[in-house]
Design a binder for this molecule. Structure first.
Ligand code: HEM
Length: 470
């Protein structure tokens, strides 16, 4: 099967049946469930055969293949019957070694070395949350992702897994994801911005829907070939069996700190605007940090929020904003996807994150700073890619943390930038107070309010590997 396809694929075409039933779900399209549980597992020495047998059985009976997930989505669209339990299995380099497999067939160096060895300016592992550091020898072997709309069903499934693992090794931690929404029903992250909008799209129906919303003019083409996220599973022992490299990072958000700093920045820019006798809507301060207003309106397209279709808007690029006078260079979405040629590039990954932590006050409602959390909430960042080195890691290290990208002296990404140990934890971006007009004011210090709490690199193996070869 050619995965370097130049046009989107129609998943109803029988020629893809084999590929989609051998591929785990969630890779080519998000599973869409609103609750998730990520169960991190370490298997004990001497239990290899039992662990292997259990994982094979789990894969055969519980893992959701891409084909099943797509069929469930169709049923949901037609009849509004939500899909059942979603389950996925991801294995670390140490996990493969535990099961006696060589890693020669895996090309990705960061995967083989593990996240703790990657040079991303992450906090030292001693400061990661205990479960995400692995066992006493810093080993995590696998992660099982469960997703469901039905709380009782997901809890039951997680209980069964954790009980089974007791005799095989140890559950290191369970990370709970729960989607949060704004008043329009769009998924948001904890700072209040619509998230999960910009994605590589693989299927004809998605591309057609996108084109219909774009009135035929494509300023950004989200089409991606399957090879954007798939690689042949080197250990599947059969053809047309693909897998994907998987990244998991727990990113804590200080919501109160961010919202206060965002307001301060707004006031500062408003002062400058007043002196110049121009209007400035303080909401635009946050939009210039993220690159979109809270409702998803891209700031490069509009000076104010409220664009029709803002929650799904993705048809834009920065070709007419080469000086960063509408969307600043250090804004999160511009740093993490410069959209240079108006299409997906070799660095784009499929993002599948979900928010975690509960809030005392529903984030969809207006609230005072005192009602906002300073910790305990954030994003369980997850992504699939064909290469961690070229995709996730390149975006975090080569772009977000790089003060000279996309232009010299840009500063780091205002949301996810990370600095070397000992350096001031702040971004230094410049902002146009008069929308679209020079000069840029600043740089202004804007503190960083996202803290990495741990994570790991995995491979999402093909279904045949899990059921027969693990
Ligand atoms: C707590 C941490 C994070 C927050 C609050 C956050 C927030 C957001 C928001 C609000 C968007 C805009 C909506 C969208 O286009 O989907 C976005 C887009 C994006 N984020 Fe993040 N994000 C976080 C972590 C990360 C990380 C760790 C990476 C990768 C290193 C990343 C990469 C991206 C990319 C590639 C986009 C799409 C940009 C585009 O195509 O325009 N994000 N993020």
């Amino acid at each position: 099967m050619n995965i370097n396809n130049t046009v989107p694929i129609d998943f109803r075409d029988p020629q893809y049946d084999g590929l989609l039933s051998r591929l785990q779900g969630n890779i080519l399209k998000g599973h869409g469930r609103e609750s998730t549980m990520s169960i991190f597992i370490w298997f004990r020495g001497g239990r290899v055969e039992k662990a292997r047998a259990w994982l094979r059985e789990f894969a055969a009976t519980k893992v959701t293949c891409m084909k099943k997930q797509l069929r469930e989505t169709e049923v949901f669209k037609r009849n509004h019957i939500p899909g059942g339990l979603f389950a996925g299995v991801y294995i670390t380099a140490k996990g493969y070694k535990y099961f006696g497999h060589e890693l020669d067939g895996f090309d990705d160096v960061p995967f083989k070395n593990g996240m703790a060895q990657s040079d991303l300016n992450d906090p030292p592992t001693a400061r990661w949350e205990a479960g995400l550091r692995g066992n006493a020898n810093n080993e995590i072997h696998a992660m099982i992702l469960l997703g469901d709309h039905d709380e009782e069903r997901i809890c039951k499934a997680a209980k069964e897994i954790t009980e089974a693992v007791e005799s095989l090794g140890k559950v290191l931690t369970v990370e709970y994801g729960r989607a949060i929404k704004n008043e329009s029903g769009d998924g948001i992250e904890h700072f209040g911005y619509v998230d999960g909008v910009s994605q590589p799209l693989f299927f004809t129906d998605e591309i057609n829907a996108y084109k219909n919303n774009s009135f035929g003019i494509l300023d950004f083409d989200p089409f991606a070939p399957l090879s954007q996220v798939l690689v042949p599973d080197p250990l599947a022992g059969t053809t047309d069996a693909f897998g994907s490299y998987f990244v998991f990072r727990k990113l804590e958000q200080d919501v109160q700190g961010f919202k206060k700093a965002e307001q301060e920045l707004g006031k500062e820019l408003e002062k400058i605007a007043k002196a110049k006798h121009v209007d400035f809507d303080p909401e635009r301060a946050g939009a210039m940090l993220v690159g979109r207003f809270e409702d998803g309106t891209p700031v490069v397209l509009s000076e104010t929020d409220g664009m029709i279709g803002s929650g799904t808007a993705n048809n834009f690029n920065y070709a007419k904003d080469t000086d960063g006078l509408k969307c600043p260079f250090h804004a999160h979405v511009r740093k993490s996807n410069p959209r240079t040629n108006g299409k997906i590039d070799e660095h784009t990954m499929a993002r599948r994150g979900i928010t975690y932590g509960s809030r005392q006050v529903n984030p969809a409602f207006e609230q005072s700073f005192a009602q906002m959390p300073t910790g305990g909430v954030g994003l369980l960042f997850m992504s699939f890619q064909a290469s961690i080195e070229r995709q996730f890691q390149f975006i975090q290290r080569g772009w977000a943390n790089n003060t000279n990208f996309p232009v010299p002296n840009t500063g780091i990404d205002a949301i996810i930038g990370q600095v070397p140990a000992g350096a001031a934890k702040t971004s230094h971006g410049k902002y146009a107070v008069d929308y679209g007009k020079p000069p840029l004011s600043g740089p202004f210090d804007f503190k960083l309010f996202v803290t990495m709490k741990g994570g790991e690199y995995f491979f999402a193996p093909s279904v045949p590997f899990l059921t027969e070869k693990v």
